[in-house]
Design a protein around this ligand. Structure first.
Ligand code: TGC
Ligand code: FAD
Length: 392
């Protein structure tokens, strides 16, 4: 079993920007990851299995619905606490953070924001405790970056809706108890439906042979004439802006999460470089390795400041979608670059499961693609500053 010696870098004393509550929440998540995730995650990733045994612990540290009000079972925390929890979980593994992101921002958030009071009471407390696990179906085989082109649809059959279509690349799908499904009505308007496991015609085949996010279960959602009760439609928002609103919350969490993966790679590489002797001295004493390490801590520090400022704006409900895109894009690229450099510092040892770096690096290949690809987020920034969309 691997020993977790992680020490979090804080080069600009960013802790001084955090409240006592932030630090308590962050430290609890950090300790839990050390105790419950680090010892098992490499094995889970090697076996390509989601470690279901950690669901209860994720609920206990408030990772399911951190900012959902306590009356619905959430932790009632602010956006910075939410970000710090995501940072700590992704320090352990991006796939575990994925599970928490989907449950919080892509399942609980839409039910809380767009659902009825009955839906909130029925689902949110059980999602917060981990008794129910959820997934979010937006992407389709032929519509990834362009979800507005989706073909999954439902027809009004009087006492129920009839749902047909398919979703692809869906995190948590293979074991989810319910799915938030985005589908078009007969007028082509997008709505969110809550589809429960066990509904006839609904299946969730698993996607195998991933080299990335191996400790997170990914699958398809297939709807073959599924009868969905009318009370399962979330009535309070429709149109593409509804799923994209959920993505704002999840992308914000990823902007923090990626810092966690980067911190773990940096910390591992720094310790290794100080201990590894070549040519009779630690490799940390060579200019080339110092350049790598110095650039890493600089980039981590910039990303920390960006995430913290975005958190302040989110708390004030002033953050724009484009600001969130910029942070997601910047921080994930920062993390993947650091993972690649850190891997080199470890030489051959860097490719083994003895260290977490290669797993982070492979995971980040998904993180840079999902929730909007790196290119799409650049185009969102481009559109925001020029006023001209360049998607088509
Ligand atoms: P466009 O015409 O620009 O916009 C359509 C409507 O949506 C509104 N909108 C937003 N609303 C809230 N939040 C945002 N971020 C929004 N962005 C746009 C917009 O105002 C408009 O509203 P209205 O009222 O005028 O109709 O849409 P478009 O079709 O041109 O596409 C724009 C684009 C490319 C930016 C968007 O579709 C996009 O972001 N594409 C990327 C797709 C994506 O991110 N998919 C993620 C799937 S879920 C996932 O990956 C989960 S991974 C989970 C994990 O494991 O962690
Ligand atoms: P495409 O859209 O086909 O893009 C391919 C390439 O073309 C990309 O480089 C892209 O940047 C580029 N491109 C596309 N359009 C343009 C353009 N206009 N201009 C320039 N370049 C362009 N989705 C969900 O709904 N729910 C989930 O839970 C979920 N989990 C996921 C988990 C994993 C492990 C992965 C890998 C994906 C997941 N996704 C999920 C799907 C994810 O959001 C999509 O993969 C992503 O949005 C990109 O879509 P795509 O793969 O179809 O790529």
């Amino acid at each position: 079993m691997r020993t977790d010696n992680f020490q979090a870098p804080d080069y600009y004393n960013i802790d001084e920007l955090l409240s006592d509550e932030h630090k308590i929440v962050r430290d609890a998540a950090r300790e839990w990851v050390k105790r419950e995730v680090s010892p098992i995650i490499e094995d889970a990733a090697q076996k390509a299995e989601f470690p279901k045994s950690i669901i209860g612990g994720l609920a206990e540290i408030g990772a399911f619905g951190p900012y959902i009000p306590e009356e619905y079972g959430g932790a009632g925390l602010d956006q910075i606490s939410y970000g710090l929890i995501m940072q700590e979980i992704e320090r352990g593994d991006s796939g575990v953070r994925s599970t928490a992101s989907v449950q919080s921002s892509l399942v609980m958030y839409p039910i809380y924001k767009y659902g009825t009071e009955e839906q909130r009471k029925k689902y949110l407390p059980k999602l917060a405790s981990g008794e129910f696990m959820g997934c979010f179906g937006l992407t389709e085989p032929d519509h990834g970056s362009n979800p507005g082109g989706m073909t999954t649809n439902f027809k009004d059959k009087g006492d129920h809706y009839l749902l047909n279509g398919a979703k692809m690349w869906i995190s948590n799908a293979p074991f989810a108890d319910l799915a938030i499904v985005w589908a078009k009505d007969e007028n082509g308007r997008i709505h969110g439906l809550i589809v429960e496991r066990g509904m006839e015609g609904f299946s969730t085949p698993e996607t195998h042979n991933k080299w990335s996010l191996r400790a997170s279960a990914t699958g398809e959602l297939i709807f073959d004439n599924v009868k969905v009760p009318k009370e399962n439609l979330m009535p309070n928002k429709s149109g593409l802006g509804a799923p994209l609103g959920c993505l704002d919350s999840a992308r914000y969490g990823i902007a923090w999460g990626a810092i966690g993966a980067a911190m773990d790679c940096y910390d591992t590489a720094l310790r290794y470089a100080k201990e590894r002797i070549q040519f009779d001295k630690p490799i940390a004493g060579t200019q080339l390795q110092q350049k790598k390490l110095a650039e890493m801590i600089t980039e981590i520090t910039k990303a920390q400041l960006m995430a913290w400022r975005l958190g302040v704006l989110r708390n004030e409900e002033k953050a724009t979608s484009a600001q969130i895109s910029m942070a997601k894009r910047n921080n994930v690229e920062m993390a993947i670059n650091i993972a690649r450099e850190a891997r080199q510092i470890l030489g051959g040892m860097g490719i083994t499961g003895e260290y977490s770096i290669m797993r982070h690096m492979m995971n980040l290949e998904s993180v840079i693609t999902y929730e909007g690809t790196h290119d799409i987020h650049l185009l969102i920034t481009g559109m925001d500053i020029t006023g001209i969309p360049a998607f088509q």
